[in-house]
Write a protein that binds this ligand. Sequence first.
Ligand code: ATP
Ligand code: MG
Length: 272
Amino acid sequence: MNIAIINNKGGTGKTTTCVNLAAALANSGCHVLLVDLDSQASASLSLGVARSNLAPSAAQILFGSMDAEEAIRNTGVPRLDLLTGQMDLANTDLMLADVPGREQRLSRGLSGVKGKYDFILFDCPPSLTMLSINALMVSEYYIVPMSVEYLALEGLIGLMEGIDRMKRGMGLKAELLGIVFTCIKPRMIRKQITKKIAGLIRDHYGKLVFETEIPKDVRLEEAPAYGKCIFQHADNSRGAKAYVKLAREAVKRCGIKGKEAEKDVELVEDKG
Ligand SMILES: Nc1ncnc2c1ncn2[C@@H]1O[C@H](COP(=O)(O)OP(=O)(O)OP(=O)(O)O)[C@@H](O)[C@H]1O
Ligand SMILES: [Mg+2]
């Protein structure tokens, strides 16, 4: 299952969610590949890769100069592999400007390793450019991490409209697996406006909002500085527990949707 972690707004917890959801899935026994599509390489640095050691990266796969098998590396987390991000990714739109089928470069580049992983998670940059489009084109699902504030709500509407346009214009198939609220303050000190916006989003998107909310947790904020995921840094923290819960919910959602689809097929076959 391929899942893009996406939001065109910056600083909404995409990288934190991608790293720790990937680690939680790997800890649960799944084979996971994290593809870092951000030129800042935050996910790669968060998993302990030195800045001087970021190459080869996802850029070489997108530009077709290397096979994914050669560029993928292990991480300190068992069963979690990584395709790093790197500064070169900032040139993607320019590099692919005149390349036919440029939205499918990642899909093509990863075709050799697809069967190897239970989950491939893509950490997208905060923009709907060619990098995010490539991630969405190769994904069955996408997850939108968002902070609960008014401008984030406006951003969410813009993002959904953008993805809908891609569905119509490019044949994009990825479905929303869920919106996840990140950096949530304890209920006691949550502002009235935060509660109102969270309520509005839950009313509008219903079950598409994950039940699990990721709390604001200093442990989650510290972990990248040590080059560790939350489970290596503070296994007992509220942040760690929340990402375990999110992983369970995400797996269930992927599974339930799969089973529903199978049921639909059976119904059609029965009728036929
Ligand atoms: N639940 C949390 N509790 C505390 N700090 C958090 C939490 N989630 C994210 N942060 C911190 O907030 C900042 C932004 O998070 P993150 O890098 O995950 O966002 P992003 O959406 O990937 O940002 P960008 O758009 O720049 O890629 C980071 O410093 C991160 O450590
Ligand atoms: Mg990020």
